[in-house]
Design a protein around this ligand. Sequence first.
Ligand code: ADP
Ligand code: GN1
Ligand code: MG
Length: 365
Amino acid sequence: MENNLKEIFDSFGADGTFLTGGMYGNGHIHDTFRIETAGKHKDNYIIQRLNSKIFKNIPQLQNNIERVTIHLRGKLGKIPGANLKRECLQLIPAREDGKSWIVDKAGNYWRMYIFISDHRSYNIVDTPDKAYEGGKAIGRFQAMLADLPGEPLFETIPYFHDIEKRLETFTTIVEVNPTGRVEKAGNEISFVLKRAEEMKIILKLGRQGKIPVRITHNDTKFNNILLDENDKALCVIDLDTVMPGYVHYDFGDAIRTAANIAAEDEKELSKVKMDINLFEAYAKGYLSETRETLNETEKEYLAFAPRLITYTIALRFLTDYIDGDNYFKIHHEHHNLQRARAQLKLVESMEEQYGAMQGIIRSLV
Ligand code: ADP
Ligand code: GN1
Ligand code: MG
């Protein structure tokens, strides 16, 4: 791999000499490597072998990311003291054709970014201050992209957060039972089906024109929000799913990860719980940047969003488990079932605290 990484690195027009490279991060989708270069003051890099089974049109995906990062950099450039290399992802063009990706001999797609130096990345958030900073980062991200010029961004994964479509896929896979795992997940399947109807509310509000489609990130897991060395908001990464969506998707996914006191795949379910103080802090940070732009209905349904997205991700883990683990990277045999169970437990915890969540949002808006 080391040899291959050097070859890939050399295909991009980076400033620096390859020293070492190794696997990096906890993403569930791509293969990510950190490349260290020689020389003390040189940038280091991130190289990703892209998952082209999931992202079927890499040129369009990359075109989205180019548009988004150019726009963000333009905005940041006007802020005195902004550090463009750390506050925004920066793609490195290929030496040969200047494109922001390459295809290797085996047909794999690769891209390269400058490594964002001195960042902090958290899978679990332990203080309200960090949650607040995460909320600010996502709020600002949405605000900065609100005036992206040109045609709508390409939908890199169609119907990504469409719960009606996700439920249809789920029902079909349960019927087919391709790997005989349905029997192992009886309780989880009932839990999901019992809540299916109420989860459609955000889609209904959209169809009724009560909430607008905006540009959203759609994968605001907390480890996609990098903080700086003082735990202040630094950069939002993982831009593969930046596309049209409802703000509830970003708010919900961030709470799913920022306010859960346990790991996403915690085995000991009694440890899984939403911390209402972390919820409040994230909401405060988020609304500090978006209070003026969101409409009344969008604000009213923010409290519901974490229930929807936690449910959606649980449903996706469960679907993938029953389907035979074709989507998410797994680290052991029943990993997707374990993830689904932990996420459904989190849904329950949110249901128990829903009144308090609504109260907090009302008081903040
Ligand atoms: P995935 O879609 O597989 O989650 P990501 O784009 O989120 O892939 O990258 C995986 C991990 O790699 C991130 O969680 C982060 O830790 C790290 N990472 C990605 N890009 C950068 C970057 N430019 N600088 C520093 N770390 C990065
Ligand atoms: C994936 O790419 P990553 O690991 O940040 C997934 C998200 C899920 C998340 C669950 C493109 O996110 O939708 O919420 O796993 N990304 C894609 O951890 O499907
Ligand atoms: Mg990621």
